[in-house]
Design a protein around this ligand. Structure first.
Ligand code: FAD
Length: 320
């Protein structure tokens, strides 16, 4: 039974990440009572209306200069202060880099369990059952919390957000927390150049592997990703070979993605790579080896040289 469920609105560069809206939908499914959005930052109250438009009944904000950038110390102090006031019976966070770092700390302080990386919720209210991948995505387990706070992180791009309704209204209150004794303070954030589309939340991902053969070999993949409004990803093989940055790595030790379309070019399909992408809705694999493992998870397989196939795809999409 979760009478009140808190949802963290995750803010990046002044905007809410989509996973925040997906988390509200998940919270609505398990809540028997209200869903409360939580916003942490130095100036975030202006985003409260958007959480309400996506279904939060009300929003609590904590604003402090030390919350401008994420630190686990600062965010956990602020979130725990909200918990102290709200006494939630459920908590939902995105299974993002932030959520993966923050949630275990919160769960331990709240003395609760944690169901991480949830991809689906069956049933509703106290009958809700959480489904999450195990063994690198080879199997799924169903988990139900029997007592204590129902605390889960949800994998981005899996749970559908509710329809946005800008006419919804809800209370927005701020609580003051003296965020202090931080072991780390972020002085400056130096951003790496990126394609602009967030890999974790991209609807289309074009990923390259060792078969791409060089950093320059990634250029056609970048062109295809740009054309489709998607993001570029990579296997660890490609990252290890220095063809691209590790921030693009998808898999067990990289990012987990669930786009509508995943195009894998020159990727063999090692189990550790599949762990990060096999839940994608449609998978297209391009590989010159017809026996490549990636074809086992692919919806569409193209046996061929990626340096011939990718330019052909670019031409076809340009012609649409
Ligand atoms: P390869 O296995 O070398 O495959 C290259 C593929 O390209 C081949 O199938 C080949 O047929 C094809 N190819 C070559 N040339 C062409 C061409 N011109 N056109 C079309 N196809 C071509 N890997 C990850 O990806 N993500 C992880 O998070 C990850 N975590 C790991 C964690 C651990 C603990 C360990 C041990 C390994 C991990 N790995 C991970 C590594 C993983 O096991 C593989 O080594 C890696 O995924 C291989 O990358 P790849 O498919 O790009 O390279």
């Amino acid at each position: 039974m979760a009478n009140k469920v808190l949802v963290l609105g995750e803010v990046r560069e002044g905007a809410l990440r989509n996973v925040s809206f997906e988390a509200i939908a998940a919270a609505k499914q398990i809540a028997d009572g209200e869903v409360v959005g939580v916003l942490l930052g130095d100036s975030v109250a202006n985003l409260a209306g958007e959480l309400i438009a996506y279904g939060a009944d009300r929003v609590v904000t904590v604003e402090h200069p030390h919350l401008k950038s994420y630190t686990s110390d600062g965010y956990s102090q602020a979130f725990l202060a909200v918990c102290e006031q709200e006494k939630p019976e459920g908590i939902i966070l995105g299974h993002t880099s932030l959520g993966k770092d923050l949630s275990p700390k919160l769960a331990s302080r709240l003395n609760s369990g944690l169901i991480s990386d949830v991809t689906e919720i069956e049933g509703a209210g106290e009958d809700a059952v959480f489904i999450r991948p195990i063994y690198s995505g080879k199997a799924f387990e169903k988990v139900k919390i029997k007592e204590g706070i129902v605390f889960a992180t949800i994998r981005p791009n899996n749970i559908k957000p509710l329809e946005k309704n800008a006419s919804l209204t809800g209370d927005v209150a701020s609580i003051s927390v003296d965020v202090q004794n931080l072991r780390t303070i972020i002085k400056d954030v130096v951003r790496k150049a990126s394609t602009g589309v967030d890999l974790s939340e991209a609807k289309i991902v074009v990923a390259g592997g060792r078969g791409v053969k060089s950093a320059e070999g990634f250029e056609p993949l970048k062109e295809l990703a740009n054309l489709l409004g998607g993001a570029v990803g990579a296997s660890r093989g490609a990252c290890d070979a220095d063809y691209c940055d590790y921030s693009l790595q998808i898999g067990q030790t990289g990012k987990v993605v669930t786009p509508d379309l995943y195009i894998a070019a020159g990727i063999s399909g090692a189990i550790q790579h599949l762990a990060g992408m096999s839940n994608s809705k449609v998978i297209v694999a391009i590989n010159k080896d017809p026996e490549a493992n990636i074809f086992k998870v692919a919806d569409y397989g193209i046996v061929g040289d990626l340096f011939e196939v990718v330019p052909m795809l670019i031409e076809e999409f340009k012609a649409l």
